[in-house]
Structure formats: structure tokens, C-alpha cells
Write a protein that binds this ligand. Structure first.
Ligand SMILES: Nc1ncnc2c1ncn2[C@@H]1O[C@H](COP(=O)(O)OP(=O)(O)OP(=O)(O)O)[C@@H](O)[C@H]1O
Length: 316
């Protein structure tokens, strides 16, 4: 088996650049065959995943695994790179992706019970013998003819605004202050975020328009935002996506929502709406921030069609 590590040195608040030599030492100690591709800029893991697949297929090596080494953003880019490669080479057998979670949020690892400590996670990767096919989310934004995939979730509104403000905070690169900056971004956005008009359509039902949508997350996993269990029953092993729409709460409802979220009872609140579907359509009228797997999509209008795709993952 040969492992192709796509390593984001900036993940985990720059921690990975310090951690990677320890990981390499362990791989060498165990005489593992591996190659390293280090990301040099935002989005680079997409290109590196394609490069790894070109290298693997140039020698027709079916015994290879691509290991995304970083946070959920690195996994996202690696998976997108692989999906784009196979869109161009549909006949080739898919090389599995493994995930070494050394980022900050690690929601994917949490959902798939991948250990959050790198040594245990690496042991699990190296002792895995077969791939598991999992569901990934697919979206098309008909407003600007873009499309993409997500392993975790796609958010419009509150969570995307939090991602935007946290990413643009002056403190985001500090390991300690970065956490405070994220919390400050969350509280500031929770209070000031304005609701927006959103129409949700699912097959065989009349569309529903929410006048003041607040938090809109289409998710493949139970978790978002670094461990918040927003859709407790969502699973990468079924064929569906979960959509959670929270209408703009007043301050009392907001406190109630947060308490109920901790108790995992929030889906019973009357201003919280939950869908589980194979196909979903969402339309906004004015521009809102969007995010997918924690990666910013910018401030725009969305006319979204969601579905699913499959990919083999090297997980136990
Ligand atoms: N060399 C680099 N310099 C700057 N940014 C990079 C570099 N390599 C990757 N990136 C970007 O770093 C961002 C964050 O990576 P990632 O999400 O993996 O880590 P994280 O934010 O610590 O973890 P999580 O998403 O789990 O909270 C991604 O948007 C990625 O494109």
C-alpha cells in the first residue's frame, strides 16, 4: 500500500507544520511507503489531489490511498479534487480518501468516530483494509452556474456569516486568541444577523417560503461549527441530506434554542424546521453569505439544487 499525504501546514491554527515531522518520523519508523504533497495556498489541495491521482494512475497502482491531513477544509478540497479528476476519467476505479484530522473543528472525524488524536487516527488508517462507500453532498447554484461537493454541510445565513467574520478577524491566526475571536464572531452574528426570505422545495410537496430564515444548513453529518450537533440523526451512510431551517428567533427564543441545542431537543421547537430528503431546492432573494465545509462561498444569491454522490473512504 502506498499513501499519498496531502498536508495543510496551516491547519489547526498553523499547528500542522510543527506536527508533520513527528508524523513522518512515525511513518518512517513503521517503514510505510508514502509520498507527501504540501499545500502552499488556499485551495491548493484540490490541485494536489488531482496530481496524486495522476501519479497513482500513471503506474496503475490500485493499492493507494490519499490521506487528507488537516482540517475539514483540507478534506473538502481533497475530495473536490478527486471528484473533478473522476469527472474527467469516469472509467478509472476510485482511489479511497483517508482523513488524518489535525485541524481545528474536525466535524467529519467526530461524525465518523475517527480518533481526534493523530497517533490513534494514523494507526486506524494504517490498519484499515478496505474502503467504505459514503454519501457526499452535491450542489448546483443555478444563479451563477457553479457546482460543487461537500462532505459536511452547506450553510446560508448565520453559520456562513460566522465563518466569514471569524476568517476576517485580526485575531484568527492566534492559537489562544483565535478561539475568543471565533466566539466573539458567533455572539456578534447571533445578535445582529437579520432574517432573509428563503423558499424550500422538496419533491412531491408544495414549496414553503420562510420570511425570516436565520440559520439554514444542509448537512450530511450530525455536526457543524466544530462539534455542534445540529442534525442528530444525519448520517453519511444513508442516501439523504438533512436540512435545518431556523426562523429568526427573538432573544428569549434564541436562549431557548441554545439550551435545547445542548439538550439535543431543538428540532421540537416550532421555529425550527427539519427535512430529510434525497433532493432539496433552496432559493434566496437577496444576497447572503454561504459556506461549504467551512470554506467561504462569498455574499451572493442562491438558487440551489442539492443531491448526493458516493465516494470510497478509507475508514473503519
Ligand atoms: N499553505 C497554505 N497557506 C494558507 N492557507 C492554506 C494553505 N494550505 C491550505 N490553506 C487553507 O487553509 C484553510 C483551513 O484549512 P482547514 O480547514 O483544513 O484547517 P482548520 O480550519 O484548522 O480546520 P477545520 O476546518 O476542521 O476547523 C483552508 O481554506 C485551506 O485552503
Amino acid at each position: 500500500m502506498e499513501y499519498f499525504f496531502i498536508v495543510n501546514p496551516q491547519a489547526g491554527a498553523h499547528n500542522v507544520q510543527k506536527l508533520w515531522p513527528d508524523i513522518e518520523t512515525e511513518l518512517d519508523k513503521q517503514h510505510i511507503a508514502y509520498r507527501t504533497l504540501i499545500t502552499e495556498h488556499d485551495g491548493h489541495a484540490v490541485t494536489l489531489a488531482r496530481r496524486a491521482l495522476n501519479l497513482i494512475n500513471a503506474v496503475s497502482n490500485p493499492n493507494a490511498v490519499i490521506v487528507a491531513t488537516g482540517g475539514d477544509g483540507t478534506l473538502h478540497e481533497t475530495m473536490v479534487g478527486c471528484m473533478r479528476y473522476y469527472a474527467d476519467h469516469p472509467q478509472q476505479p476510485k482511489i479511497p480518501i483517508a482523513f488524518l484530522p489535525v485541524g481545528s473543528g474536525n466535524d467529519f472525524a467526530r461524525a465518523l468516530k475517527i480518533p481526534l488524536h493523530w497517533e490513534s487516527a494514523l494507526t486506524q488508517i494504517l490498519s484499515c483494509h478496505s474502503a467504505t462507500i459514503i454519501t457526499i453532498g452535491r450542489f448546483i447554484n443555478h444563479d451563477n452556474q457553479t457546482d460543487g461537493y461537500f462532505t459536511n454541510n452547506f450553510g446560508i445565513g448565520l453559520d456562513a456569516a460566522v465563518v466569514h467574520h471569524a476568517n476576517h478577524s485580526l485575531l484568527k491566526d492566534s492559537a489562544t486568541l483565535g478561539k475568543f475571536s471565533y466566539m466573539a464572531a458567533v455572539f456578534n452574528t447571533l445578535i445582529h444577523f437579520k432574517g432573509f426570505r428563503l423558499t424550500v422545495s422538496v419533491p412531491d410537496q408544495q414549496p414553503t417560503t420562510y420570511q425570516k430564515a436565520y440559520l439554514v444548513t444542509t448537512t450530511n453529518l450530525p455536526y457543524f461549527g466544530g462539534g455542534i450537533k445540529i442534525a442528530p440523526d444525519a448520517s453519511v451512510l444513508d442516501d439523504t441530506l438533512d436540512l435545518i431551517v431556523v426562523e429568526k428567533p427573538n432573544i428569549f427564543q434564541l436562549i431557548l434554542f441554545i439550551v435545547m441545542l445542548f439538550l439535543k431537543r431543538h428540532l421540537h421547537l416550532r421555529f425550527v424546521h427539519h427535512y430529510t430528503e434525497k433532493k432539496l431546492f433552496l432559493k434566496t432573494e437577496d444576497s447572503r453569505y454561504g459556506q461549504t465545509d467551512g470554506e467561504e462561498l462569498g455574499n451572493k444569491t442562491f438558487d440551489l439544487e442539492f443531491g448526493t454522490a458516493k465516494y470510497p473512504f478509507w475508514i473503519k
